[in-house]
Design a protein around this ligand. Structure first.
Ligand SMILES: *Cc1c(COP(=O)(O)O)cnc(C)c1O
Length: 352
């Protein structure tokens, strides 16, 4: 673990996380609101995220793998965890040793759970048009599921972040048809963006991830922009300050050449921290509201920023970096999901 000497910090806002969950719960209009905490809680720390949401009343957590289920097992109290990738031939032992439920995705997985699961409950994923995980509608209605104890029947939307996309309505209609034919305790379709499509999509249980962590599914939607609060802020440290003469270059590839003499601050954050190279052209440190743009390429562990507007900056100072998810995603090829889930292991994750 990094101690408090860690040069990079993620400053994480518990109140914002919980407020985002509560907003999604209200937006789901009576449906239960779970939380996707896969990929280490979208990079923020699954255990810390899960504990806070469980305390706020979240009862349904979603992870991708059995290792991820184990990682939050002691944080959920008596809430439930579902493992989205289900149970393959190498996971049956882990599944039987776990309190988590598999989300069964294929005929093979269903046969495996029938054979080994000893009547334990499961979730089932049906595919309604994304062609990723899940049974086809025909498979789901073929008798394959007869006698299984299905806690949650779910499907996943392919285009929920494009509210006008025709596939959204088609997937909802297909899922509602399946709901009438396949008995389950609850039915679930919507991720963060799906919740924002309207009450029809919420059914019994919603499964937000991105919006919990401050991502805005549809950035043109003022309601989402106003309601969803940022959760993570990034801080790095000034390792060195240097004066760069006019005509000299900075960094790998010498892509930036100083047009005039300038003062550069070298910060200890780079693409190994998930501060990816695409951020080089749009990223900046921010000191008291003043932007210090990145100069040249992002290195593995370092960036250079233009420190001319921060005369008092000293080596060892902590500096915040712009981590405005929707804006950075709009200005690079990266998604808000990638900006979050690539956040590295070097950060000390500090929850307030
Ligand atoms: C990741 C995931 C979610 C959460 O999606 P967001 O877009 O992050 O809200 C919900 N359901 C399934 C099946 C997922 O894989």
């Amino acid at each position: 673990m990094n101690g408090s000497h860690a040069p990079q910090r993620l400053l994480l806002d518990s109140a914002a996380l919980v407020d985002n969950w509560r907003w999604l719960l209200r937006a789901a209009g009576g449906a239960a609101c779970g939380a996707a905490v896969k990929a280490d809680g979208y990079g923020l720390g699954a255990s810390e995220v899960t504990r806070r949401l469980a305390a706020a009343g979240c009862r349904d957590f979603f992870v991708a793998t059995w290792a991820e289920a184990d990682a939050v097992a002691s944080d959920i109290g008596d809430a439930a965890v579902s493992v989205l990738h289900g149970v393959g031939p190498r996971q049956i032992e882990a599944a039987l040793a776990s309190r988590a439920r598999p989300v069964l995705n294929s005929a093979d997985q269903i046969a495996r759970w029938r054979q080994h699961g000893r009547g334990r409950p499961c979730d089932v994923m049906v595919d309604t048009g994304m062609n990723r995980l899940g049974l086809t509608a025909d498979e789901a209605c073929s008798g394959l599921l007869d006698g299984l104890k299905i806690e949650t029947l779910m499907s996943h939307l392919a285009c929920a972040d494009e509210p006008g996309h025709p596939l959204n309505g088609q997937q909802l209609a297909s899922f509602v048809e399946l709901k009438a034919r396949i008995p389950a305790h609850r039915y679930s379709l919507a991720n963060s963006a799906g919740i924002c499509l309207g009450r029809d999509f919420a059914l019994d249980l919603v499964r937000p991830g991105l919006a919990l962590y401050g991502g805005i599914p549809v950035t043109e939607d003022a309601r989402q922009r106003d309601a969803i609060r940022p959760v993570a802020a990034i801080e790095a440290e000034v390792v060195q300050l240097r004066d760069v003469p006019a005509g000299a270059s900075i960094g790998y590839g010498a892509t930036f050449v100083a047009p005039a003499p300038l003062r550069a601050a070298i910060l200890n954050i780079g693409y190994a921290d998930g501060y990816l190279r695409q951020l080089g052209s749009v990223g900046a440190a921010i000191i008291s509201g003043v932007r210090l743009p990145i100069l040249g390429r992002v290195s593995m562990d370092l960036i250079a920023v233009d420190a001319r507007a921060a005369a008092d900056l000293a080596e060892g100072d902590r500096v915040g970096l712009d981590f405005d998810l929707p804006r950075l995603a709009a200005e690079t090829s990266l998604t808000q999901y990638e900006l979050l889930t690539t956040l590295g292991r070097r950060y000390e994750r500090v929850w307030a």
